[in-house]
Design a protein around this ligand. Structure first.
Ligand code: A2P
Length: 277
């Protein structure tokens, strides 16, 4: 289908998936995910550090479908990095998610001293057939360069902060060269800044779409996989309804120009330095 991307190992990943709902104590956690399923989402993103894997696992277990009907991504946390540590973290993650394999397992943040060992563990899990694809998150060019000096397997995916005010275009170009699929986290930006942007507002009016749809379609046309999250059924449907219309090249470019290097979080090295973990 047109909304799948073929990763460098041949796996076919949905270009658009459902970002993690972290609030497991909301009474309607199951309902939220059921609405997402009904809206058509077939990729579910989570991470060991999100604290929602047990709830997500219960919901997944309740689904009346085959395991291969959906894609499941998780991530090894900073405090789980290292070879042995990653292998046991993975086991715990499988147990929590009540599954016997993951479609994608990522190193959540580049922790300098351990990412080689962590990567080696991911390669092992891949070789064992316990993960269909392995990748990284928040790795910029310098981290990838170092990882690739020792990696046997090139990461299939790099999940990065990506939205109009922080398009990560330089890393995007580098990933393209390396054959790594760029996937966006916080695709809609933060605190509604982009959702009130006048340029995006004009485009929304022009195409008779919402600003969120314009942003997600821009990512799709730029070859960026994305994982919008919404707890609202209407907005969930809106966010996945981006595949039967398109932006012109000129309009894509006008969104590219909104880039101003404005992150919602600090840079990977600044925010996730050794001494924080
Ligand atoms: P809501 O869940 O009420 O829809 P994050 O960047 O942490 O993934 O959060 C995404 C944020 O964007 C949430 O606050 C979510 O709120 C909001 N959001 C998701 N989809 C839309 C949309 N289509 N229009 C406006 N806000 C949205």
């Amino acid at each position: 289908g047109k909304n799948l991307t073929r990763l460098n190992n041949g796996s076919e990943m949905p270009m658009l998936g459902f970002g993690a709902v972290l609030e497991t104590d909301v009474v309607d956690f199951n309902e939220t995910y059921t609405h997402a399923w009904q809206a058509g989402y077939r990729l579910y993103d989570t991470a060991s550090s999100y604290g929602n894997q047990i709830a997500l696992g219960k919901w997944l277990k309740s689904l009346d479908c085959k395991r291969e009907d959906y894609w499941l991504t998780s991530k090894v946390a900073q405090y789980e990095q290292g070879y042995k540590e990653t292998l046991s973290a993975f086991e715990k993650t499988l147990k929590e998610l009540q599954t016997d394999y993951l479609d994608l397992y990522l190193i959540h943040w580049p922790k300098e001293k351990t990412f080689f060992e962590t990567w080696k563990a991911l390669e092992h899990l891949y070789d064992e057939g316990l993960v269909r694809a392995i990748g990284v998150s928040n790795f910029e060019a310098n981290h990838l360069d170092r990882l690739l000096t020792k990696a046997k397997i090139v990461p299939a995916v790099d999940q990065l902060e990506t939205h109009p005010y922080f398009s990560n275009h330089v890393t995007h170009a580098y990933l393209k060269k390396l054959g790594i699929q760029h996937q966006a986290w916080s695709p809609l930006g933060h605190k509604g800044a982009e959702l009130n942007d006048p340029t995006l507002e004009k485009l929304a009016q022009k195409y008779n779409k919402t600003i969120a749809q314009i942003i997600l379609r821009w990512q799709y046309q730029n070859g960026v996989a994305t994982i919008p999250k919404s707890t609202n059924a209407q907005r969930q449907r809106e966010n996945i309804d981006i595949f039967d219309w398109q932006l012109t090249a000129a309009d894509i470019e006008s969104i590219d120009l909104l880039q101003k290097g404005e992150r919602v979080m600090g840079a990977p090295d600044a925010n996730y330095s050794e001494d924080k973990w």
